[in-house]
Design a protein. Sequence first.
Length: 202
Amino acid sequence: MTRDYQMGEESMLKSLILCINNKKLEAHIQLGLKKSGYNVLTCEDGNSLIRLAHTRHIDLVIVDEELRGLRAIDVVNIIYTEKICPVLIVANDFRNDYIDWIEKGWIYGSVHLPMNQVELLKIVKGAIANGERMLLLDREIEKLKKQLAERKIIEKAKSILMEKKSCTEEGAYTYIRKISMNKGVPMEKIAEAIIRSLKSKK
């Protein structure tokens, strides 16, 4: 999922979704996070949480393990698959399967409430920072994948040119680059056109 960054003062804040069954506890946590400069959104159940996550730029989700509507594991899977943001699970007791979730990268961690506000803020800050690092890493991976795919297309076009035009590898590359520069079109687009054109002449 592509994140939409909003302009203005609100875009300077880190936005969180808070969904905890105990509304008194939720209100207490929300107040503490807001005082610390976070934009905190609340929702009633898993379905509304996902809808909210799809319509806003969210930096972190803090969700009750006993979530209403969609199960917590379903919410975690959707957010993880769509690479929306990190997730913190609010748990009553320690569960071994949460270790597995953390190791797989599904969640950043689990918190046990009530918790000291300072400790909670440390975890929230760490989760958001980790999410930002993962987002940058994902972007870099996608960039490298795109570059590799483009390089493969150019290599394929070079190979076809060398066969059809009886030219050297350097000559084929120079030919593609020259057309690219003359037309102001990326080399991979020229390579794709060459592949289509010469293949059709078989």
